[in-house]
Design a protein around this ligand. Structure first.
Ligand code: NZQ
Ligand code: ZN
Length: 389
């Protein structure tokens, strides 16, 4: 078991009627607030008005940046950073899903950098400071509300790059499951896949020496299997939305990682799909993960799939190891494509093999796939993309 440091300094207000704490929490960091949000879902739901009320009650000065896209663009980061510098913003308030929160993290960092924010993503400059960030989460998926990571796209170069800096972790996050009642079936399904994927990326690692964390991960995955379909069928089922919301945070807030190395296999591949074709992150993962599993399943790796099959899908432990392993992948496919109803191939979503070579090279270059559960070269990644057609 490797040594590790565990440090999650995000204060969480979980549940309904917690927004009364928003004003005082913002005030702890100053007077000038930059509110960031996406394409308008928060206006439709009435959340925007409630936030404004709290800001007014607290006597804070409000600035806004709206229109942050899903798969957020570096242009929004630059626009936000410019407001921060010009107006002397004290604290950022991100209201939305992972895209809004990720973008806000880089706004907070880029506020201290005079040049193009893309310099951070290309590692020309590093991040040592970030404006304080408070989030109000409206979609259970990425876990950005409690992690230090963010992913930003640059459509000019077909790049989508994820980075992690401890200073970008939100100071406070408001997790009210009722705010996710308005998330449609498709985004609910994609969110469920994303939560599941974050656990799978850690569960399928070569360092598998913490029984206690295995049990937590298996419990989290079972939570998604149980409550994903309920949330889709009954959007206002509080228990389902609450379980998914808290699972999304715990899937990626550092707890389940323990001392494991942080090499992920499927995310670098999916980020290329989103970078080139601007697809929803969870959908890309749903198509990729089972094909990645098919590709890396072999005599050496079957044991882990066996445990996954028995403990997560409750497959008969008495069956031969390889049979359980294969069944576990079939069960996962059935969950993604039948229960959650997501498209199962790249062809179905209009993606062909034209850019696979280029995408595979880029994914391999980022490095994470080299050290994952089963090391992947660019050639391996290209083959996995082809299995998704
Ligand atoms: O823009 P608005 O109008 O708010 O609509 C959004 C958007 O169209 C909508 N939505 C959000 N909350 C809603 C709602 N619609 C109705 N009711 C609500 N309550 O849902 C759409 C998708 O939102 P988005 O924020 O893009 O989704 P998600 O939370 O899945 O975030 C995806 C982004 O996060 C990155 C992904 O790559 C992608 O760019 N990730 C971030 C990670 C992290 N920070 O650690 C890890 C992940 O692996 C992931 O890569
Ligand atoms: Zn993800």
């Amino acid at each position: 078991m490797n040594n590790f440091t565990y440090d999650i300094p995000t204060k969480v207000y979980f549940g309904e009627y917690q927004l009364g704490h928003l004003g005082p929490e913002l005030k702890n960091y100053g007077k000038k607030v930059l509110l960031t949000y996406g394409g308008g879902s928060i206006k439709k739901s009435g959340l925007y008005d409630k936030i404004l009320e709290e800001i007014e009650k607290a006597g804070l000065e409000l600035f806004e940046l709206s229109g942050i896209d899903p798969n957020p663009r570096v242009a929004s980061v630059n626009a936000g950073a410019e407001i921060c510098r010009k107006e002397g913003i004290d604290v950022l308030l991100a209201v939305g899903g992972g895209s809004v929160i990720d973008c806000t993290k880089f706004i907070g960092a880029a506020a201290y950098h005079e040049g193009d924010a893309w310099d951070i993503l290309t590692k020309k400059v590093t991040v040592e400071k970030c404006l304080p960030i408070i989030t109000v989460l409206t979609l259970a998926a990425t876990g950005s509300e409690m992690d230090a990571a963010g992913v930003i796209s640059n459509p000019d170069t077909n790049d989508k790059i994820g980075m992690m800096f401890p200073v970008m972790r939100p100071k406070v996050s408001f997790l009210d499951p009722t705010l996710t009642y308005s998330v449609n079936q498709y985004q609910t399904a994609c969110g469920a896949v994303d939560i599941m994927s974050h656990i799978i990326e850690v569960y399928f690692q070569t360092d598998q020496d913490l029984y206690m964390l295995d049990a937590v991960m298996e419990g989290l995955m079972k939570t998604v299997l149980k409550y994903g379909p309920i949330a889709m069928a009954e959007p206002e089922n509080y228990e389902a939305r609450a379980n998914l919301m808290w699972a999304s945070s715990w899937a990626i807030n550092g707890f389940i990682r323990g001392g494991k190395r942080h090499a992920w296999s499927c995310h670098p591949m999916e980020h290329e799909l989103s970078a080139f074709y601007d697809i929803t992150h969870g959908l890309g993962l749903a198509i990729l993960i089972p094909r990645w599993m098919d590709y890396v399943l072999n005599g050496e790796t079957a044991g882990r799939f066996y445990q996954f099959g028995v403990n997560v899908f409750e497959i008969d432990a008495g069956l031969p190891e390889m049979e359980v392993a294969k069944k576990s992948i079939e069960k996962l496919k059935a969950f993604f494509f039948e229960t959650l109803g997501l498209e199962s191939t790249l062809t179905e979503i209009g993606i062909d093999d034209a850019r696979f070579g280029e995408m595979a090279e880029k994914a391999a270059k980022l490095g994470a796939t080299k050290h994952g559960f089963w090391p992947l070269t660019a050639g391996d990644i290209e083959k996995i993309f082809r299995m998704c057609l």
